[in-house]
Design a protein around this ligand. Structure first.
Ligand code: PLP
Length: 400
């Protein structure tokens, strides 16, 4: 870990851990033998190469299940949370078409969720996109009011990728149960960061991404409840792997890496989240001491430890991000930052276009150090004041 931190501090400081996280070196170590030595196909049932690979995959599946309180056979490997979300949403709607045609989600979902629902609208389903409160949290009364006789599914993001807010998943799920509606949550940013138990919380479908929890890119999982059973139509046709829900050869090294990432996250989550909350508060206090009118987008208390989303009135977030060459932060999310319009998520919280465009996302992670936070804080303050045409002298004057 020390070696890792030393290499991180050499280049730009990485504070974009909601876009992706570095693969933990312990995860890489666990994966390596499965490229060269134990390279069998987990679906080859006729020889030891296949059995060893299968054992490794099943051990990894168990570790992922343990992290969210699920059973091993309820975990379906996919290529990432994008695929998991597509499979959960389209799969459930298409399988249950005869029972209903109405679906509910929120305006602040990840693009891959919103676009899955758009696709279903083209297939004849009706979708309600719920507005959220100004703090980014769902309004449970509005959700209850939106549920209809023919509602099949509610899908709500567990921890938000831009504003970090944690939704009241157990309350949402309880409401869904009461009305006999199934509940899916995109937990790409939640798993390994905040405690989750699919049984206590009564979640039916839950999407996971390995590269958001210090595992490798290119793999994820979908939790699919077995009791009461959740039925899905698969997206792919093929050999019927993953209980018929996801055909294709499993990437054994990636499965092993995701399992190891889940194991580490389960062990270290409590300590890590305490450490990151302290670092986040340290950064926030440093910025607030010198930039009086900074505002926090999204609820600060009901938020994952590694996220800050800040609005600096009168400046452009894009200018701030590009001005800070030694710091990797972002405006909005990585998946939509190719577009120039300000975040639809911040607009959904009620921010006007200028304020949405004046916002940046800061994502702390496992390898973020206190020294990096202190350096990042002074870099951000310096650049904000420079963009506003305020000098260092006026900054110290206003801070006094
Ligand atoms: C990153 C992310 C995704 C997409 O996950 P991939 O594994 O990259 O496909 C989906 N939802 C949220 C909230 C995310 O943060």
């Amino acid at each position: 870990m020390n070696a890792m931190q030393a290499t991180v501090t050499k280049g730009p400081i990485y504070l974009d851990n909601q876009a992706t996280t570095a693969t933990d070196p312990r995860v890489v170590d666990a994966m390596l033998p499965y490229f060269t030595e134990i390279f069998g196909n987990a679906h080859s049932s006729g020889h030891a190469f296949g059995w060893q690979a299968e054992d490794a995959v099943e051990a990894a599946r168990q570790k992922i299940a343990d992290l969210i309180g699920a059973e091993q056979r309820e975990i379906i490997f996919t290529s990432g949370a994008t695929e998991s979300n597509n499979l959960a949403i389209k799969g459930l709607a298409r399988f249950n078409r005869a029972r209903g045609d109405h679906l509910i989600t929120t305006e602040i979902e990840h693009k891959c969720v919103l676009e899955s629902f758009r696709r279903l609208e083209k297939e004849g389903f009706r979708v309600t996109y719920l507005a959220v409160k100004a703090n980014g949290l769902i309004d449970l009364d509005a959700l209850a009011a939106a549920i209809e006789e023919r509602t099949l599914l509610v899908s709500v993001i567990g921890v938000h990728n831009e504003i970090g807010v944690i939704q009241p998943l157990a309350d949402i799920a309880a409401l869904c149960r009461r009305y006999g509606v199934q509940f899916h949550t995109d937990c790409a940013q939640a798993v390994g960061k905040t405690p989750l138990d699919v049984n206590q919380m009564q979640i039916d479908l839950l999407s996971i991404s390995a590269h958001k929890m210090y595992g490798p890119m290119g793999i994820g999982a979908l939790y699919v409840r077995r009791r009461p059973r959740v039925r899905l139509e698969p997206l792919f046709d093929g050999g019927g792997q993953e209980r018929g829900l996801r055909s294709g050869t499993l990437p054994v090294p990636l499965c092993v890496g995701m399992g190891e990432a889940a194991l580490i996250a389960g062990r270290e989550m409590a300590d890590e989240s305490g450490r990151l909350t302290a670092l986040r508060n340290r950064l926030l206090n440093a910025i607030r001491a010198q930039v009086a009118d900074v505002q926090i987008n999204g609820d600060l208390d009901r938020r994952v430890s590694g996220n800050l989303n800040l609005m600096f009135p009168h400046i452009s977030g894009d200018d701030l991000v590009s001005g800070l060459k030694g710091l990797a932060i972002s405006t909005g999310s990585a998946c939509t930052s190719a577009t120039i319009e300000p975040s639809y998520v911040l607009r959904a919280l009620g921010l006007n276009e200028a304020d949405a465009a004046a916002s940046v996302r800061i994502g702390l992670g496992r390898f973020t150090t206190e020294a990096e936070i202190d350096k990042a804080g002074s870099m951000i303050v310096g650049e904000v004041l420079r963009l506003r045409g305020e000098g260092k002298t006026s900054a110290s004057a206003s801070a006094a």
